[in-house]
Design a protein around this ligand. Sequence first.
Ligand SMILES: NC(=O)c1ccc[n+]([C@@H]2O[C@H](COP(=O)([O-])OP(=O)(O)OC[C@H]3O[C@@H](n4cnc5c(N)ncnc54)[C@H](OP(=O)(O)O)[C@@H]3O)[C@@H](O)[C@H]2O)c1
Length: 330
Amino acid sequence: MAALSVSQLSMSWMALLSYLDKSGLKNGLALLGFLWAANVSIKFAFNFLVGLRIHVLSQLTKRKDLALKYGGKWAVVTGASEGIGKAFACELARTGMNIVLMSRSTQKMEKVAEAIEKEFKVQTRIIQVDFGLQDVYANISSSLEGLEIGILVNNVGVMYDYPQYFLDVPDKKLYDLINVNMTSVIMMTRIVLPHMCKRKRGAIINMSSSAGLLPTPQIAAYAATKEFVDSFSRALAYEYSSQGVEVQSLRPFYIATAMTYGTKPNVFVPSPETYVKNALRTLELSTRNTGYWNHEIQALFLGFCPEWLWMWGGSILNQQIRRNVLKTRR
Ligand SMILES: NC(=O)c1ccc[n+]([C@@H]2O[C@H](COP(=O)([O-])OP(=O)(O)OC[C@H]3O[C@@H](n4cnc5c(N)ncnc54)[C@H](OP(=O)(O)O)[C@@H]3O)[C@@H](O)[C@H]2O)c1
C-alpha cells in the first residue's frame, strides 16, 4: 500500500512538472524564485555593508569631541552605578564630558563619580532616584536645571530575576518593568529634549535589547518593554532629526553584567566596557543598531529566523537559564 502511494506520488509529481513545462508556468515560478533569492541576497549584502561601516570603519576614524558636536558639556546617564550605565559614564567622561549619574545607590555612584573625576578630570553630579516610582521627575528636572546637556543615555533597566512564565512574575516586578524600563525613558526625554531643541543639537541614546527583536517567551514582559523603547526611539528620531537632535536605539544581545546572571565575557558576550566603546562609535552613523560588531552579525542571520523558531529556541534557552539560576540559589 505504502509502495503504491509512493509510486502514485512520484507519478503525480512528474505530471505536475510536465504540466508546468507545457503551460510555461515553470519559467514563471523559476523567475519568482530568482526574484526572491535576489531580494534576500541584496538585503543581506546591504545590511552587511552598513554593519561594516558603523562597526569597523567607525573605529578607524578619529574620535569626535562629543560635547562640541552635541552642544552641551554634560551627559546624563540613568542606571549609572554599574554595568552598561557605568561604562557609558566612564566612556563619555573619557571624551571630556561632565557626567550626571543617576541610580538608587548613592554609595555606588559616589565610588564611580570619584573614579571618573580622578581619571578623566571632569565634573560629576549624582542624583539618587528610584525609577520604580512615578513622582520623581519634578525633582530630577530641578536638579538638572541650568546644565547644558549634550547627551542623555536612557540606560536604566530591570529584568526578571530569572526567566519565568508571566503569571509567576510578582506584581512588584511587573510595575518596575513598566516604570523603570518605559516611563523613565519617556519622562527623562521630556525633561531634556526641549533644551536640545532650543540649541538645535543633542543626542539621546536609548537602551533597547535584542530580546525585543521578536516576542520572547518566559521574559515576555521584559522583551515587550524593550520593543517599546525601540519603537519610541525610531519615531522620535524621525520627529526631531530636523531639529538637530539624534535619537539612537541600541539593541544588544548578551553583555556580561549582573543582568545576565554572571555570564563571563567572551567573543559573543562583551564586557560592558568593550560594548560601550564600540556602541558610542556608532552614534551619529546609525539611529538603530546592536552596538557591537559581533551582535550585528548575529542580528544579520537572525533576521532570517522565522518567529516560531525564535520562540522555540528562546523558550529552551530561557528554561535552561531558569534551571541554572535556581540551582545556584539553592
Ligand atoms: N546586560 C545585557 O545583556 C543587556 C542586553 C540588552 C539590553 N540591556 C539593557 O541595558 C541596560 C543596562 O543593563 P545592565 O546589564 O547594565 O543592567 P545592570 O547591570 O543590572 O545595571 C542596572 C543599573 O540600573 C540601576 N537601577 C536598577 N533599578 C533601578 C531603579 N529602580 N531606579 C534607579 N536605578 C536603577 C542600577 O543601580 P542601583 O542598583 O544603584 O539602582 C544599575 O546602575 C538595561 O536597560 C537593559 O535592559 C542589557
